[in-house]
Design a protein around this ligand. Structure first.
Ligand SMILES: [Zn+2]
Length: 406
């Protein structure tokens, strides 16, 4: 059986030069951060260094909406992106992330009684999370993703039906679902109001809705420029996320920060919008954080450049740990090349490939035994304990620094 390949662009209207807020329509946007000429795709696997250096690039300009708190890349062009089976987004190989996903699944099954039900996951990736909720609660899944790879998870056979395409082309199947969910999908979508309204319109009124996105509040507070990517068109706080869903006709049940405040989880049901939760009342805070970030990010970039160039000048071998989007964004924003030779990743599907734009080779932890790095920059400090353990098991005790750990 041939598998139809997705070719359509669900958001042709998302072109550079947006003048309005794609969440609320407000027109007085405040631009505050520019990252020109950055790679379009941060986590595509690249087979050769030459190809890696030649990846397509685009411009990013983040603008803040003072009316609803939403932050978007006004230069975003959806037509430049492609999501296919080479899109390797899975974080399922990390024990820490795996544990978090298991806890989320347990909350759906035990907290919301998701048992013997049918779940639709929009942007399911390879389907690891969907499978986990199915296994824990005896559920079945419908997973939609242009980058889905049926067969990657043998246990999913007979449990998950995959649709290798954009959800936007299959909205008619939404009413089949008792639970509609998406994790780390909405930040990739430019027309967020249109998307959430579409989901809401097609959902059954008794269905449960669950979603997860990165929290931009932490990015602003920590000056985490490495968490800003071309692929992320949209950036949320609890407030802007809550407002967006209420405007689309949801009653928000829970809107919480998780995973060391890196992510926001929102649980909702279709219904009349309820009052904002106290934690969603964040416009005043954002009015301070956004201008603060605008100033501080310049210094933060210079600080990292100085540190790494200093190590390099001393002859120290520096590697980054984490060949995902954060690593790519960190290296491209700092404009680093020879100062860092390798990127380490535990995902075996990434090893041997090259980082887009900068061309750093991705190696596995075992490679470090012979290479013996002096400094390991950990792109996500939440993994510091497990990485420290992996290094010690190989007789390595380099200086370890979490990027973003204060
Ligand atoms: Zn807005």
């Amino acid at each position: 059986m041939s598998i139809p390949q997705p070719q359509t662009n669900p958001y042709p209207q998302a072109k550079p030069g947006a003048k309005h807020c794609r969440a609320c329509g407000h027109t007085e946007l405040e631009p505050f951060y520019r990252a020109p000429n950055i790679p379009i795709h941060c986590i595509r696997l690249i087979a050769t260094r030459e190809e890696a250096l030649a990846v397509p690039r685009g411009d990013l300009e983040l603008a803040y909406c003072p009316s609803c708190g939403f932050i978007q890349n006004t230069e975003f062009d959806f037509a430049l992106l492609s999501y296919d089976e080479n899109y390797e987004e899975t974080q399922g190989f990390s024990p820490t992330f795996g544990k978090f996903a298991k806890e989320l699944a347990r909350k759906l099954v035990e907290g919301y009684g998701v048992r013997g039900q049918k779940l639709l996951e929009i942007g399911c990736g390879k389907g690891e999370f969907l499978l986990e909720v199915c296994k824990q609660g005896g559920n079945t899944g419908l997973g939609m993703d242009p980058a889905a790879v049926p067969g990657r998870l043998p246990e999913a056979q007979g449990v998950i039906e995959y649709v290798i395409d954009w959800y936007e082309n299959h909205t008619g199947r939404t009413p089949e679902a008792d639970v509609v969910m998406h994790r780390h999908t909405l930040e990739h979508i430019p027309e967020v109001a249109q998307f959430v309204r579409t989901v809401r319109t097609h959902m059954r009124s008794d269905a449960l809705y669950f979603m997860e996105v990165p929290d931009v509040r932490r990015i602003l507070e920590e000056c985490a420029f490495w968490d800003i990517f071309y692929e992320h068109a949209s950036y949320f706080t609890q407030g802007s996320l809550g407002r967006l869903h209420r405007r689309a006709g949801f009653r928000v049940l829970e809107n919480v920060r998780a995973y060391n405040d890196q992510y926001i989880l929102l649980y909702a049901r279709p219904g009349g919008p309820n009052a904002l939760l106290p934690e969603e009342d964040d416009l005043e805070l954002l009015n301070t954080l956004v201008p603060q970030f605008k100033q501080a990010v310049v210094q933060e970039i210079a600080r990292w450049q100085g540190l790494i160039r200093g190590w390099h000048a001393e002859g120290k071998k520096v590697v980054i740990w984490g060949a995902g989007s954060k690593g790519v964004s960190f290296l491209t924003t700092l404009g680093l090349q020879d100062e860092i030779e390798y990127a380490v990743d535990i995902n075996p599907y990434k090893q041997g490939f090259y980082m887009p734009a900068t061309g750093h080779k991705v190696v596995g932890p075992d490679f470090l035994e012979a290479y013996r790095p002096d400094v390991v920059l950990v792109m996500n400090p939440i993994y510091l304990p497990e990485i420290g353990k992996m290094l010690a098991e190989r007789g390595l005790h380099p200086e370890m620094l979490g990027v973003g750990a204060r």
